[in-house]
Design a protein around this ligand. Sequence first.
Ligand code: NAD
Ligand code: UDP
Length: 309
Amino acid sequence: MRVLVTGGAGFLGSHLCARLISQGHEVVCLDNFFTGRKGNIRHLLGNPDFELVRHDVIDPFKFEVDQIYNLACPASPPHYQFNPIKTTKTSVMGAINCLGLAKRVRARVFQASTSEVYGDPSVHPQPESYWGNVNTIGLRSCYDEGKRCAETLFFDYHRENNVDIRVVRIFNTYGPRMHPNDGRVVSNFIVQALKGQDLTVYGDGSQTRSFCYVDDLIEGFDRLMNQDEVTGPINIGNPGEFTMLELAEETLKVVGGPSKIIHQPLPADDPKQRQPDITLARQHLKWEPTIELAEGLKRTADYFRAEIA
Ligand code: NAD
Ligand code: UDP
């Protein structure tokens, strides 16, 4: 197949492109390099089945493809809050452009949605049937509401135009090829520990997240995209739930060194808890995560050790 991956030079996109190439597909990787890097896909650049296109998903695009994965959108809070209007445009216009293309060329189209659609959840763990608790006017809203609107567009194109959609709700995922300055918690803690700097826990560190290693996530993408039973939305994430203090302690155990844990102010609207209910993924995709946090942190630390050396 010929497959378009928007946001293909980013953290998740680069792993997805590599997997698609290894499966024998042709890949068109579209990216504006806002948070992505050529370095993430350098190993694919000489491959005749891999094509890199510098383009912004806000502007229309045309490719003859069989499948589209829409991953283009900054995912780290400092990056998506850098230009919040652009973030909303990226999610909404990017979805419209992907869906319009999918409709024209009859491609199956996949949306990288997020656990952020649940906001600061009052239901725990979060099943797909939970509608969420999202602030419409806060600092995170550009991302959360953009992603919620993208889901709406996916389901309206599906109902109105019979577009063949798949929607995944991704819970916090980490691994090699995150940017050292990405700003998300796992890369921050590992890079801080490797540099011997103190680990910055925001707030009292009692807020929780559930961390999925990237290889497990990409396996879930593949299973969702290449089956005919369900459209989603479907949660993909690791149900292992940790407080940020526990994550900091685990990181120090894995990386070692003299770093201490320090506290910094909690950002506005920071969700207090988050854990995926993966019943549907287990049932429909036969998917579950296989990589424990300690092992995933070790692999990610090995990557950053080489990267920042
Ligand atoms: P990332 O920031 O590393 O990758 C995003 C990619 O999209 C980058 O290559 C960036 O340059 C590109 N991009 C951004 N705006 C663009 C635009 N307007 N036009 C073209 N390209 C653009 O983040 P990631 O972690 O790889 O996330 C990928 C996708 O998965 C995002 O849509 C994100 O919302 C979603 N997601 C990720 C996580 C996670 O934990 N990693 C969780 C939930 C959802
Ligand atoms: N966080 C932290 N220290 C950091 C970066 C983040 O304690 O250096 C916290 C942040 O406040 C949040 C959690 O870690 O509670 C996850 O943050 P991240 O930005 O990785 O993802 P998100 O909040 O979008 O789930």
